[in-house]
Design a protein around this ligand. Structure first.
Ligand code: GLP
Length: 242
């Protein structure tokens, strides 16, 4: 695992965008596993800037997103689909037909999870998976629990996750209570993983994830077992030490 300290959020965003760009240059039809949340916003903005300068071409890239709220339509401004269009897909030359997210409105959740896993498989797996990390150590929406989930599944969100995400909704009641997420098994199958973590409020959980025991109580700790992980964290996120 490579742990790279960024000076601040801007530096973190540039470093992460550099890694994504390098992947796209080295393999123009790469499968990128993408993430949402506030952590990658700066990175997407940086990629858009470089795209506008002609430095990077996304025309052949394929994407699969980590997660999506259950019950939200694509058009809902809080859906992850909407986020991806707003911050990235609509601003670069990516072919929208090559972008994929779980369908929040799928009628049969089990069938939707099977569809998503089969889709990832049919693309040949994920070349580079981007991850943020929740305050309780969740990755995607894999919440702390008693075991690591394997494939894509539908989860009940924990009260702390609903609380953390309510800032994007009008009220806490509007936050969906369930979400689709790639499983830990799906994430661990990615050839490379890039994790970005920002802010002092994530310092304690980041320390546990990087240096603590590998346990489903801290889902991100499983990343210690992956052969090719790069963590980019700013000074504040790394302030709890080892
Ligand atoms: C959300 C998302 C995760 C994200 C995490 C952190 O609930 N499902 O994919 O990494 O929480 O979000 P943020 O970057 O806004 O702190």
């Amino acid at each position: 695992m490579v742990i790279c300290e960024a000076k601040d959020y801007k530096d973190l965003s540039r470093k992460a965008a550099n890694i994504i760009s390098a992947q796209v240059i080295m393999k123009p039809d790469a499968v990128l596993g993408l993430a949402t949340g506030s952590s990658p916003e700066g990175m997407y903005a940086q990629l858009v800037e470089w795209y506008n300068k002609g430095d990077v071409d996304f025309s052949r890239i394929r994407t699969v997103n980590l997660d999506e709220y259950r019950g939200l339509a694509k058009e809902n401004e809080q859906s992850y689909d909407y986020f991806m269009h707003k911050h990235f897909f609509d601003k670069v030359n990516i072919d929208v037909n090559n972008t994929n997210l779980p369908n929040g409105l799928a009628e049969d959740p089990e069938e939707e999870c099977r569809r998503y896993d089969a889709l990832i498989e049919s693309l040949g797996g994920v070349d580079l998976q981007l991850l943020g990390m929740g305050h309780n150590g969740h990755i995607g929406f894999n919440e702390p629990g008693d075991f690591f989930d394997k494939g894509t599944h539908c989860v009940d969100l924990q009260p702390s996750t609903i609380e953390a995400n309510k800032r994007f909704f009008e009220s806490e009641d509007d936050v969906p209570k369930q979400a689709y997420t790639m499983g830990i098994g799906t994430i661990m199958k990615a050839k490379k993983i890039l994790v970005i973590v920002s802010g002092a409020d994530k310092a304690e959980i980041l320390k546990k994830a990087l240096y603590g025991p590998v346990t489903p109580k801290v889902p991100a700790s499983i990343l210690q077992m992956h052969p090719d992980v790069t963590v980019i964290a700013d000074k504040a996120a790394l302030s709890a030490g080892e």
